[in-house]
Design a protein around this ligand. Structure first.
Ligand SMILES: [Zn+2]
Ligand SMILES: [Zn+2]
Length: 294
């Protein structure tokens, strides 16, 4: 695998011990993986024992799997108007970055928060301070990647400019971004054709800088372009479609990145609505990558 090679992976469960994620990722033939460091809908941080952390590192090293990412819990909102919530939000990201450092993950992906339609400007000082505090408190060199968002409920990151502004205010090499294909498309950036992808990544470069793209969430979209709703679809079954993903893979901005699936998964008897990233979605994405690069 070269530096240029795109790793196709997905979000997997780590219930039963953080190291169990490795085996789940192998089962779906993922080349990279993402996990939660704690249940995403609760504030209480999971206590990972030193033995579990060591076992993760050992099994990861033996697995042939590449990049590891942690997704922060969903409750965090750095633009909250409640001081107590802000403190808990900061604590959750520091915890996730600490776990990332422990297991040797590249970094943590964060939904920065929601300004509830009031605009980022109103919360800029607060969010900037919170991000600086997080990076000062978190040990190691794992990066914090702010995720592009669909714009539903005033989420920060609907416009690339939101994230670009935060990166330049904070001014740390550890602060990076995650491009979620579904969110970005729903926010109004076209990803269906080579021309659309070129325009989108030109806008990304202008607002954020291509060198600040750390990782990709690879999800098709159940809502059309500019639909502003965050609804992930299986690869090729949504509005971005197979052609869109081929165009994304072909764009030089994505060389060497991990593409992490967060899709519903194909229905099975046990899981009629799917059970998350599965062998089929990994296979579809690898095939599109290989077609784009052949
Ligand atoms: Zn995502
Ligand atoms: Zn989403």
């Amino acid at each position: 695998m070269t530096e240029e090679h795109i790793q196709v992976g997905g979000h997997v469960s780590s219930s039963g011990g953080i190291y169990t994620a490795i085996e789940r990722a192998q089962k779906i033939e993922a080349e990279a993986l993402q996990i939660f460091a704690s249940p995403p809908q609760t504030w209480r941080a999971t206590n990972h024992t030193p033995a579990a952390i060591t076992r993760f590192r050992e099994e990861h090293a033996a697995s042939g799997i590449g990049q590891v990412w942690i997704h922060n819990i969903y409750l965090a909102n750095l633009a909250t108007e409640t001081p107590e919530q802000l403190e808990r939000s900061v604590g959750s990201v520091v915890n996730a970055l600490t776990v990332a450092d422990g297991i040797g993950a590249r970094g943590v992906v964060l939904h920065t928060g929601s300004h509830k339609g009031l605009g980022l400007a109103q919360f800029l000082a607060q969010v900037t301070n919170a991000l600086q505090q997080i990076l000062a408190q978190a040990p190691g060199s794992a990066v914090l990647a702010l995720e592009t968002m669909a714009g539903q409920g005033g989420t920060i990151g609907k416009e690339f400019e939101d994230l670009g502004t935060l990166l330049s205010k904070v001014g740390s090499p550890r602060l990076q971004t995650c491009l979620d294909t579904c969110h970005t498309f729903a926010a109004g950036y076209d990803l269906r054709t080579p021309e659309g992808v070129a325009d989108t990544m030109r806008a990304f470069d202008g607002a954020i800088g291509l060198d600040h793209l750390a990782v990709v969430h690879a999800n098709d979209s159940k809502t059309p372009l500019g639909g502003l709703r965050d609804r992930h679809e299986n690869i090729g079954d949504g509005y971005i479609g197979a052609d869109g993903f081929r165009a994304i893979f072909a764009h030089p901005a994505f060389r060497g990145k991990a593409f992490l699936l967060e899709v519903p998964g194909l229905p099975t008897d046990a899981h009629p609505k799917g059970d998350g990233p599965d062998l089929e979605n990994v296979a579809r994405l690898k095939k599109l990558r290989d077609e784009a690069h052949s």
